[in-house]
Design a protein around this ligand. Structure first.
Ligand code: ZN
Length: 155
């Protein structure tokens, strides 16, 4: 596994650092949550909950899929992971903290990061009046997401 090429919200995902982040977010620290986080931090694949479950089960044979879902929810609540949803298909997760774009294969549902630098001003470039007009309607813009959709020729 390639662990050093990733950017973690917590540079060193040691159990102690994870404990602090989980407790700060009002979530319980459990060994299962550590395992789920460490798996997410070790892969680039933006796995689904079922994929996380299949991957950590050999190490934790008694973990249930429901526990994996709860662990992922806790990590998302505590800003340790991101949940990526799409209209048809299971949610996928990553734990990259820096804002980034995604590529999604519409045939397989696979998601990966785009190497393109994130542009915090992209919304203003799309529509310079948008943030202000939404603000006038009581909507406070906190960010945006962008996914490039498509598929590989041979999938
Ligand atoms: Zn990502």
């Amino acid at each position: 596994m390639i662990r050093n090429q990733k950017k973690h919200p917590i540079a060193d995902p040691s159990p102690q650092r994870l404990r602090e982040a989980l407790e700060k977010g009002g979530c319980r620290f459990t060994r299962q949550r550590v395992a789920v986080y460490q798996y997410l931090a070790s892969v680039e694949s933006h796995p689904t909950a079922e994929e996380v479950y299949a991957a950590i089960r050999p190490e934790m044979p008694r973990i249930s899929l429901a526990t994996v879902y709860k662990a992922l929810d806790a990590l998302v609540v505590c800003n340790l992971a991101n949940k990526l949803t799409f209209s048809d298909g299971p949610a996928r997760y990553d734990c990259h903290d820096e804002a980034h774009y995604h590529l999604r294969c519409v045939k397989t549902g696979k998601v990966c990061d785009l190497p393109t630098p994130f542009d915090p001003d992209l919304i203003d470039k799309l529509d310079p009046k948008l943030v202000k007009s939404l603000g006038e309607r009581g909507f406070h813009v906190t960010g945006y997401r962008l996914e490039v959709l498509g598929h590989f020729e041979k999938t």
